[in-house]
Design a protein around this ligand. Sequence first.
Ligand SMILES: C[S@@+](CC[C@H](N)C(=O)[O-])C[C@H]1O[C@@H](n2cnc3c(N)ncnc32)[C@H](O)[C@@H]1O
Length: 163
Amino acid sequence: MRKMEEKDYNKDLKQRHSKITFQKSGLYCWETPQDFFDKLNKEFNFTLDVCANEENHKCDIYFSEEDDGLSKDWGDNICWMNPPYGNKISKWVKKAFEESNKKALVVCLLPSRTDTRWWWDYCMKGEIRFIKGRLKFKGRNTKGEMVNGPATFPSAIVVFNRK
Ligand SMILES: C[S@@+](CC[C@H](N)C(=O)[O-])C[C@H]1O[C@@H](n2cnc3c(N)ncnc32)[C@H](O)[C@@H]1O
């Protein structure tokens, strides 16, 4: 049932936002607005972007889809995580939580989907900062053009501090 809901949610996103970047992995990429990231970076001084590509990485050091950030050790980095919004999002949130139980500090930009299991299993154990209003994301469309798109969902920052 939960899987069906996630699938329908993604299908709906796809239909309503055909302009937003569609990754080769089949996931949407909602790139973090630079000014939004800059404010958080002033507070945290990020050292690793755990999911990014050559074009949208927010830190000099980053993991791409080819590297597969999910399979890496995030060490003692101060990590920025704006994950791909597909059915793997729960894996990313779980990974962020687990890495913070080791040595990493992880700051996540997430859709505030308080109706999901991953929200209750992991996000509720972090520091949650709900974002007022909606973020304007950007990304490339299928023609390779950079487009801006207001989110169709509310977002939140979730901080998993080192234990
Ligand atoms: C929502 S975008 C965030 C991009 C950027 N980090 C930012 O904050 O604007 C998610 C990115 O994760 C990348 N990605 C997808 N699967 C990944 C994986 N397994 N490991 C690392 N990066 C991945 C995508 O290519 C995409 O660029």
